[in-house]
Design a protein around this ligand. Structure first.
Ligand code: NAP
Length: 579
């Protein structure tokens, strides 16, 4: 059977071809049902892009929270804000002239994504308070079968394509310290903040100096009477691109609002500066060395405390752990109100943490800024072709294809999966590129008689081997306690800059994928008509024009055209402009 049960479109006049089963013109779209796990930034992006480019589809974004926004809905701890300039934290096509400051707060970021959803009417795809609990690939129907819980009932759904946009920094974890449950004071995790908690005149304990802890400390120091912060390792704290916090004046915001070109220039300058940071991550680069020296001086100037300088300023490369601007952090750390308890916590008793030297730290409130489960293992079973769950397959190290797909898991895409460029330069544009890649694949699924596709094992293995070799030359290769590494492998960052990633995944490498067809792979050639010929309003001679404005066929010429450069030759040096 040529179409193998796939639906048919209205056909041209009956002919011998129709009787032979060739009913549709080429590239006839089959109806697709898509499920997306999550309605955070990535889930909304999928909804937006699918809606923009596709017609014959259904989409449901199942979101466990009662509202959209994902991490920006959940993370409401004091001081929670963008840790990169907010104007680089928008979709490339959706600027936000109204950011209040360079490092805008989490509520503003949540509002940005809410406005994005409202503007494009994406809410109609979202089911809130619906948590996906299991997804299983059915090889017979070539569909994902999904189980969802809405708290009161279990719902069954199925789809042709499954997106996992659940986010990585999502499954927050309390520290694994003896006696934590015995603690009788108020216990908080940054990602599960109790808005009713009152810190005024309280002695607060703060565990952790990652990006979250660094934002919390200065934000609570005006309320608490005393803060004891428990730190195990040093970390780099410095505004990237030397962008200190700045509140935009009304005049500045008016210009952003009224002059889109001015805003675009500002955004481009920030984004270009961000991309220019890439050489920092190359272990032996001159940029790493000068950044190391510059940041050391900057941190010393803010700390002005020999003991703290010794403890807090790392000896390992800048960027090994995520760099955090740390607005007011070092100043707060050095203030009289803050006590630094250095080293591991031996246990926690009913009053608070106890150090290995037996020193007790009784606190009224204990804040755990202790991060997330960053294993990339989904928190519910996603069961692929082998019958194994992705969590089991990735028990040791997550081995993905370019951050977006996994072998053995057909028609399955991740946004921000392993080895996505989360710390390589601008992030949101990379998520857009991932969504675009997936949609290019889905376009083929919909129009080329394809049942399913998955990355080949050999492609995943080759990528992992390349990754492991490449990463030895980066600052991430040493064990500085960063969540970018898992069991000795760098699994969270890409093997190059964000711009490198955009080029790497601009076009799908179909040779890395296995396709399964619904019968004859060319059945979609159909009745010999193009869709254009069946559309009386279409320009049937669309290829005729007065000059050749077609895209260039070589990457080099396309790059030159896209990036508006005057360079007419292939670039071979590795020098990069650093702004
Ligand atoms: P994190 O970077 O994993 O930091 C966790 C902190 O908790 C570390 O300082 C860690 O110490 C400490 N810790 C964990 N277990 C501990 C234990 N048993 N005893 C003592 N200390 C312990 O987590 P995060 O700060 O939540 O940040 C995670 C990521 O979220 C960031 O890298 C960033 O990508 C993202 N984030 C972004 C923003 C933003 O503004 N956009 C804000 C916050 C977070 P060790 O270092 O010694 O292990």
């Amino acid at each position: 059977m040529l179409n193998d049960g796939f639906p048919s479109a209205p056909s041209p006049p009956k002919s011998i071809h129709a009787r032979l089963g060739f009913t549709n013109p080429i590239h006839h779209e089959r109806h697709l049902r898509v499920v997306c796990i999550g309605a955070g930034a990535s889930g909304l992006l999928i909804a937006y892009k699918l809606q923009r480019s596709f017609s014959d589809f259904e989409l449901v974004c199942y979101e466990k929270n009662p509202d959209l926004g994902g991490t920006w809905y959940e993370n409401r701890y004091p001081g929670c804000a963008c840790d990169v300039p907010a104007h680089t934290y928008t979709w490339s096509f959706e600027p936000n002239p109204s950011w209040s400051s360079v490092y805008a707060g989490s509520e503003e970021i949540y509002e940005y994504f809410k406005r994005f959803s409202e503007k494009y009417d994406l809410g109609k795809y979202c089911k809130f308070g619906h948590e996906v609990t299991c997804a299983t690939w059915n090889p017979t129907s070539s569909k994902w079968e999904i189980i969802i819980s809405n708290g009161s009932e279990t719902i069954h759904d199925s789809c042709d394509v499954l997106f996992n946009a659940a986010g990585l920094l999502n499954n927050w974890k309390l520290p694994d310290i003896d006696g934590l449950r015995d603690y009788k004071g108020k216990l908080l995790h940054t990602a599960s903040w109790d808005q009713n908690v009152d810190l005024i005149e309280k002695h607060v304990g703060l565990i952790g100096n990652g990006s979250s802890g660094i934002q919390v400390l200065p934000a609570i120091s005006s309320q608490a009477s005393k803060i004891t912060t428990f730190i195990r390792h040093p970390t780099w704290v410095s505004p990237a691109q030397a962008q200190e916090q700045h509140i935009y004046s009304e005049d500045e915001r008016r210009v952003f609002e009224s002059d889109p070109e001015a805003l675009l220039s500002y955004r481009k300058a920030l984004e270009t500066g961000f991309s220019g940071l890439w050489p920092v991550f190359i272990a032996d680069s001159d940029t790493q060395k000068t950044t190391f020296d510059g940041m050391t001086t900057m941190m010393r100037d803010k700390l002005r405390n020999e003991k703290l300088e010794e403890l807090v300023i790392p000896s390992w490369g800048v960027g090994c752990k995520r760099i955090t601007p740390g607005v007011g952090y070092l100043e707060a750390l050095a203030s009289d109100k803050v006590e630094v308890a250095w080293g591991d916590i031996a246990k926690i008793n009913e009053r608070g943490p106890v150090g290995f030297d037996g020193m007790e730290y009784p606190v009224d409130v204990l804040i755990c800024a202790t991060g997330f489960d960053v294993s990339y293992r989904p928190r519910f079973p996603i069961i692929g072709t082998s019958g194994q769950s992705l969590g089991d397959v990735w028990a040791d190290v997550p081995e993905a294809y370019f951050g977006i797909a996994a072998h053995g898991f057909p028609n399955y895409f991740m946004i921000g999966g392993p080895n996505s460029p989360v710390g390589n330069g601008p992030v949101l544009v990379a998520l857009e590129a991932q969504a675009d890649y997936a949609l290019k694949m889905i376009d083929r699924l919909q129009t080329e008689n394809i049942r399913s596709f998955e990355p080949k094992l050999e492609a995943v293995r080759d990528f992992s081997e390349h990754r492991d070799r490449y990463m030895t030359g980066t600052v991430w290769d040493i064990d500085c306690g960063s969540w970018y590494r898992r069991n000795g492998k760098v699994v969270a960052t890409w093997t190059g800059s964000t711009l490198h990633y955009l080029e790497a995944i601009e076009q799908p490498r179909f040779d890395d994928w296995d396709f399964k067809y619904a019968g004859n792979r060319f059945a979609y050639f159909g009745n010999g008509f193009s869709q254009t010929e069946l559309d009386p309003e279409a320009d049937w001679a669309f290829y005729l024009r007065n000059k050749d404005d077609s895209p260039y066929m070589s990457r080099n010429k396309r790059r030159i055209a896209t990036t508006h450069t005057n360079s007419s030759t292939q670039i071979t040096q590795t020098t990069v402009k650093v702004l």
